[in-house]
Design a binder for this molecule. Structure first.
Ligand code: EAX
Length: 364
């Protein structure tokens, strides 16, 4: 009896001791994890200084550039000044095409570029050149911010680039030197400046226009010298390039959603300390969201300002857009399938459908 009581006593003491030990271990883990957070800053101060040059083709007032400035502020502050961000707008370091080439080869750390020039380096991005792919900004953001966008962005690693965020450019609309595009037949014979991208060219050929690639830096001149009759760009660019001086009408065709991924050289990116990568990625996302917000908030105001400057702004009937979609979407999709493989296109569409339908799951 006595022996049993002593054994029980020892079992209880052992249990209490084990419990205390576990508690102590937990406490020390919590303490250690707190310590890790504290030492993160100490680690930062031990890391070397770096400087990042970012090439951008738009002006300092473009939503995309404003997004980059927001990123610069965040990254410089959070890195306690160890990371210096230098933004070069207005194509100072070269066109989007040239900047992509430099980022790929590693002579430049980062740039932003429209989807069209990116397709030259990674043709899978042509899936985004399909006209009327997204019905609204919200739809486009939802898809790009999901695994669908992440997988597309990751394909840049195949060509030695690292995509960090989707800086905003916006839905592309059409401007013309004389009358607005009131029906699809108004595209007939119009010499329309496009980007040098096969799917954009095909898109406008399909509706009877005469697409003519001109570099962005020469666009205003090409319009003012009447080398082309019209062009297509987001509203922010129509305003930024003072196109109201050389174009009479803006038709809100919204044929393609365009974004300007922020892209880094992959080897350079991989050589960065993880702490810096974390800060830069967060900064890039802050910049992305800020650029989206600015663009979205400004579009109505810019439409008004463009009208004040004498432009006719026409929001065409849904039937006009539907006619454009019906004429172009199938043709371009087929060409994209041929170029990048039907499997990739099917997977992208299936992902898009899943992501968009997930939003209403359980409530419809
Ligand atoms: O904001 O149209 C163009 O060439 C531009 O690259 C683009 O819209 C940049």
């Amino acid at each position: 009896m006595m022996k049993k009581a002593i054994t029980n006593f020892f079992v209880v003491v052992m249990a209490i001791a084990t419990g205390l030990l576990i508690l102590c271990m937990c406490f020390s883990l919590v303490k250690n994890s707190r310590r890790t957070v504290v030492t993160a800053h100490r680690d930062l101060s031990e890391l070397g200084n770096i400087a990042i040059r970012i090439s951008a083709c738009n002006s300092i007032n473009h939503p995309q550039t404003l997004g980059l400035f927001a990123m610069e502020k965040y990254v410089e502050e959070q890195s306690l000044g160890k990371i210096e961000v230098n933004i070069y707008p207005n194509g100072q370091l070269g066109s989007e095409e040239m900047s992509l080439e430099q980022v790929q080869s590693g002579t430049l750390e980062m740039c932003t570029a429209s989807l069209a020039p990116i397709t030259v380096y990674q043709n899978k991005f042509q899936v985004m050149d399909i006209p009327f792919l997204f019905g609204s900004y919200e739809e486009a953001w939802l898809v790009l911010d999901s695994y669908v966008g992440e997988e597309l962005m990751a394909t840049l690693e195949e060509v030695n680039m690292k995509g960090l965020a989707w800086m905003e450019n916006g839905f592309r609309h059409t401007t013309t030197a004389s009358k607005p595009i009131a029906s699809i037949s108004d595209f007939s014979g119009v010499k329309l400046r496009t980007m040098a991208a096969p799917m954009h060219i095909l898109n406008f050929q399909t509706i009877g226009a005469n697409p003519t690639p001109v570099p962005f830096s020469e666009l205003y001149m090409a319009l003012s010298q009447k080398i082309v009759d019209g062009q297509e760009n987001p509203i922010a660019n129509v305003w930024d390039l003072n196109m109201y001086e050389v174009q009479k009408a803006l038709t809100l065709t919204g044929h393609i959603y365009d974004t300007m991924p922020l892209i880094a050289n992959l080897d350079w990116w991989n050589s960065l300390p993880a702490e810096y990568q974390t800060i830069i990625i967060k900064g890039a996302l802050i910049g992305q969201n800020y650029s989206r917000f600015c663009n979205y908030e400004r579009e109505d105001l810019l439409k008004e300002l463009l009208q004040e400057k004498g432009m006719t702004v026409l929001d065409p009937d849904d039937s006009v857009k539907e006619e454009m979609r019906a004429a172009t979407q199938g043709v371009v999709t087929e060409a994209v399938r041929e170029s990048i493989g039907g499997e990739y296109v099917d997977a992208f569409f299936a992902g898009m459908e899943e992501v968009l339908s997930d939003v209403t799951k359980g409530v419809n």
